[in-house]
Design a protein around this ligand. Structure first.
Ligand SMILES: CC(C)(COP(=O)(O)OP(=O)(O)OC[C@H]1O[C@@H](n2cnc3c(N)ncnc32)[C@H](O)[C@@H]1OP(=O)(O)O)[C@@H](O)C(=O)NCCC(=O)NCCSC(=O)C[C@H](O)C(=O)O
Ligand SMILES: [Mg+2]
Length: 270
């Protein structure tokens, strides 16, 4: 489920957005009950989310609940754990226990949002019990007290650590959202960076980001061709030893990476 790049967030309180998301090409949709929903709309949004996920979706659809410790969390957990959502998302996770508390009651896989210094430092423990890690760059910037407009330099170590934890735990990692709605170039640059950092995908806040997000994570044609040649040159097994492939040393891990690349290309080309 968490093997495709474009994860679209939308407020569960906006019926128009729900319809647009269902009709979109997003790889995953996440109906939000947390920050995108006003306090007075929380209960109604929860009901709307539960009704929405009971409909037919062409992609996996999840619900982001309110954070552990908030006044809505218990009601969210009770209602969402038996809903038709394909997955749940817990925001502001600071410990593995917080994910466990949800996962032990929910019938769905649980993704954890890492968006505080505490969460980053516990990411490897959290990754052992979560189905995926999602960076929340807005909350993270605030928690780290990064100056407004300072960019991602100050959180680079933190987001790299989330990728590291996800890889160590064998689960997916999604990068945070890009807030600029009118800055396509900025979005493309950040999505390319997400891909280069090793993320499996990126969370996005508007359907207009879907195509660029997918493009950023799609393997380049030349890389796919090279991967096919590499696999052919390596023979039938992964036990290739070291070979000279087109002037570069290639060993078993390169063959495995080439196979993963082709698999991803085939999946995204479906
Ligand atoms: C950011 C927005 C509030 C902008 O809304 P708006 O100005 O209304 O956008 P448009 O005029 O372009 O909307 C045109 C139609 O498109 C639909 N739409 C807009 N956004 C989405 C969406 N995300 N998914 C599906 N459809 C969408 C609108 O409904 C319009 O259609 P209609 O209603 O029929 O008129 C808005 O884009 C928005 O709310 N985005 C998502 C916000 C959200 O979910 N936030 C939570 C996740 S962000 C996060 O996780 C932060 C993290 O926690 C962190 O700390 O970093
Ligand atoms: Mg957040």
């Amino acid at each position: 489920m968490f093997d495709r790049p474009a994860a679209l967030f939308l407020p569960a309180s906006r019926p128009g957005a729900i319809e647009k998301a269902r009709a979109s090409d997003a790889d995953l949709c996440i109906l939000d009950l947390e920050d995108a929903v006003k306090t007075e709309d929380k209960d109604e949004a929860r009901e709307a989310a539960i009704a929405a996920v009971a409909q037919d979706w062409s992609m996996p659809v999840g619900i982001r609940m309110n954070a552990p410790g908030t006044r809505w969390h218990a009601a969210d957990l009770t209602a969402l754990s038996t809903s038709a959502a394909d997955f749940l998302v817990v925001p502001l996770v600071g410990s593995a226990e917080q994910v466990d508390a949800v996962a032990s009651r929910a019938k769905q896989p649980v993704a954890a949002m890492i968006e505080t210094a505490r969460g980053v430092l516990a990411a490897d423990e959290i990754g052992r019990v979560a189905a995926a890690l999602i960076v929340g760059t807005n909350d993270l910037a605030a928690d780290l007290r990064l100056p407004v407009g300072a960019g991602r330099g100050g959180m680079r170590h933190a987001i790299e650590r989330v990728v590291l934890a996800a890889r160590a735990c064998g689960i997916a990692a999604y990068d945070g959202v890009y807030n600029g709605l009118e800055d396509d170039e900025g979005f493309r640059a950040e999505a390319a960076e997400s891909h280069a950092l090793g993320f499996d995908g990126k969370t996005i806040i508007h359907p207009k980001h879907i195509a660029s997000c997918k493009a950023a994570f799609a393997p380049a044609e030349a890389d796919v061709e090279r991967a096919r040649r590499l696999i052919e040159a390596s023979g039938e097994t992964d036990g290739v030893g070291a070979i000279n492939f087109e002037g570069e040393m290639v060993e078993a891990m390169h063959v495995a990476a080439a196979r993963r690349l082709i698999e991803r290309a085939e999946q995204q080309g479906e």
